[in-house]
Each structure stands twice: as C-alpha cells, then as structure tokens.
Design a protein around this ligand. Structure first.
Ligand code: HSE
Length: 400
C-alpha cells in the first residue's frame, strides 16, 4: 500500500482526489500496489465533502508521518510550495507537482535533492496540463538534438484567440468565460501577458538543452495587443495567430521567447483551437513530432499528476535520470532572433516607403487606412532599424 498526501484541494487537487478514488483499481494495478489518499492539506474546511475524512490543516502531520510515501503539491505559487516539497523530499518522500512556477524556479535543485534522497521529483502536469510531454522528452526523445520547440502552452489564451478569430468576440467577455470554465489562473495577467507560458517554456528549454534557463531571461509578450483586425488580415493569407512558447538552438546558442506568432495553415499548430494545447518538437533525426491535448482544467491536469504518482510508486528506491543542471544558460538576445514579421503601418499609400525600408515584402490587401505586409526573415534589431521611420500600428512575428 502506498499512501498519498495531496497539498491543496483546489481545481487540480480535487481532480487528483477524484481520479485516485474513481479509477482506484486500475491505477493500483498499473502501479503494482494499492494507492490510497491518506491526507489532503488545505487551509479551508469542506463541510459535507467526503474529503473531510482525510483533511488536515498542518503540513507537519504529513511530513512527520512515515507512512506517507508520495506528496502531491497542487497549491500553485512558489511559497509555501517550495518549502513543503523540499521538506517532503528530505524526509524521503517522492513529490509530484503541477506547479510550473515552482518547477521553473527550483526544478534543478529539487531534482538534485530527490536524487540525494533516492526518491523522485516529477512534474508532468507542469507543462501542457494533461498532455504527456515531459516524460516523452526525457525518456523517449533521447536520440535527437532538438532544433526547435514551438508550443501552444496556455489554454486560456488559446481559447480567447480562438473565440476572437471564429466569432469576432470581445476580449474581456471571452476571458470571463475562460475563468468561469476554470481554465484561467487566479490572476488573469499570468495568462494574457504570457507569464504562465513563460514558466512552461523555461521548463522545456531547461530539459531539452540540459541547463537552467531562467524564466526571467525569456523575452515575453502577451496577447493583449491582438485585435480582431489582425485576424481579418490572417483570413486573407490563410493564417492564424497563436501565443507560442518557443525555443530554438542555432549552433551553440539557444533562443527562447513567448510571443504571439502568425501561423500558416501548413503548421500543425494552426488547427489547435480552444483550450487545447500542443507542443511541436523538431529533432534533427526525427523531424517534427507534435503532442496535443487538454492543457488546462481539473481532470486533464490531474490525470498527468496521477501518472506521476504511478511512476513514483513503480520506481521505489530508484531515482529517474532527469538531466537538468543548475548551471545557468545564457540565452541568445531577442535582437538577434531571426524571423519574418507581419506589420501594419498607418496610411494606405505607404507601399513605396515600405519597400525602401524593408526591400521585397508580401503586401496584404487592407480594408483600413493602413498598409499591411509580411517581411522576409530578419533579426529583431534589423526590424527595429527598418521600422524606425514608419508609423507602426502593430507587428507580430511569423513562424517560419
Ligand atoms: N491557466 C493555465 C492555462 C492553466 O490556461 O493554460 C494551466 O497551466
């Protein structure tokens, strides 16, 4: 019998509790042992909820109980999650988390503590919710050099962009819908400004390139400047706009950023709609491979957490080999990152000025008093220089 303690009975924690209870015999068979929730930690009371029977308010009860084998941290935020997980690992318990803030900031350190104590620190649900991406990345894609990662890693923003594109819907109304559906973070800024996706691509970049990528170093742009007018242009060129977390390795330089990107219909990410997430990996041998599924919501995210529990039970006494050194990686500058740009500038008669500044471009017909076009591939600093004398309404990078 393996005893589980769940820290946090919110959206994900209640999903973990439900899955362990509802699918118990299936999970126990896969784990090779019975799995039972012994404690749920939360500051709140839940009168009338069966969780009351296992509810505790004090972390010490869990850490000091030698019969607790695995701690599931689903509270979110760095503290007190970091302190609780560290204490659990030091006490010889494995820890599984969905908490991208915790993993992005302390992943390398917690992996080392887990290894020192012959337990495991797993975090499948921290990126892509229910999509298996961490385990495939570290256990299956061991042959290829990863040239590029492109991911739609935030369900809320993908939901908002989809509704804006398909229904011409207004940003605030759609954001409220996403919050009501339990997709959005408590602080919507984390979704719409790209901070949530930033933590996720920091985790993937650290794992893919085996050194610590600090999320603070990742250039991050959200979706608040995207308008339905941008989508009108996209319809004319058979493209869409998605918020991507991306990383690219060119020679020894790794670039990583979060920003809205124009995506053409031949990119498999083009058809990823609503709350769905997808992560496209490009290996030097394998080529493209895409992982697709629900990136947010209680049960999908909890399903990934419980898959970590099963793995932790199976690996009793053995620590999984996860290569993530705490040596910091210096990222390439966003000014040196090469990409085409979709640009809108004021005035319908600016084609000559545009050609003078950017050379050959692809113009897009405009119904507004604007000139719209797609540039060739250029660096961020070349773009800034070329656009300096033009009245730019908006500019969005284009996925090459
Ligand atoms: N708010 C996040 C999203 C939840 O919308 O994707 C999962 O991290």
């Amino acid at each position: 019998m393996k005893n589980i303690a769940i820290l946090g009975y919110g959206t994900v924690g209640s999903g973990v509790y439900k899955i362990i209870n509802d699918n118990n015999s299936h999970i126990s068979r896969r784990a090779g042992e019975d799995v039972k929730v012994k404690y749920v930690l939360d500051l709140r009371d839940f009168p009338g909820d069966p969780v009351e029977e296992v509810l505790v308010h004090d972390i010490d009860t869990i850490i000091e109980d030698k019969d607790v084998d695995i701690v599931v941290e689903v509270m979110g935020g760095v503290e007190p999650a970091y302190t609780f997980v560290k204490r659990a690992l030091l006490a010889g318990k494995s820890a599984c988390t969905s908490n991208k803030e915790l993993v992005a900031k302390h992943g390398a350190e917690l992996l080392q503590i887990a290894a020192d104590n012959k337990v495991n620190f797993f975090f499948e649900a921290s990126v892509g919710g229910g999509i298996p991406i961490i385990r495939p990345l570290i256990e299956c894609l061991t042959v290829d050099h990863l040239e590029e990662i492109q991911g739609i890693m935030n369900g809320t923003t993908n939901y908002i962009l989809t509704k804006m594109e398909d229904e011409g819907a207004d940003f605030d109304t759609v954001l409220k819908d996403a919050q009501d559906l339990g997709y959005a973070e408590r602080n919507p800024e984390a979704d719409i400004e790209g901070y949530d996706a930033c933590r996720k691509i920091a985790i993937l970049s650290s794992l893919a390139y085996e050194k610590q990528v600090d999320f603070e170093d990742i250039y991050t742009e959200g979706i608040t400047k995207i308008t339905t007018a941008d989508f009108d242009y996209m319809k004319k060129i058979g493209a869409s706009i998605k918020l991507l977390g991306m990383a690219r390795k060119e020679g020894s330089v790794v670039y990583s950023m979060v920003a809205p990107f124009v995506i053409y219909s031949d990119n498999p990410l083009y058809n990823v709609k609503d709350v769905f997430n997808a992560i496209l990996l490009r290996g030097d041998m394998l080529g493209d491979v895409m992982f697709y599924g629900k990136g947010a919501g209680s049960l999908p995210t909890a399903s990934a957490v419980v898959s970590d529990i099963v793995d932790a039970v199976k690996r009793q006494g053995e620590t999984a080999d996860i290569l993530w050194s705490d040596t910091k990686r210096q990222l390439g500058s966003v000014d040196a990152f090469k990409t085409p740009y979709f640009v809108r500038i004021k005035g319908a008669d600016a084609k000559d000025k545009v050609k003078e500044a950017f050379g050959d471009v692809q113009f897009i017909d405009s119904d507004l008093d604007e000139t719209a076009f797609i540039t060739g591939v250029m660096t961020g600093s070349d773009f800034k220089a070329a656009s300096a004398g033009l009245e730019v309404v908006s500019r969005i990078r284009v996925s090459a």
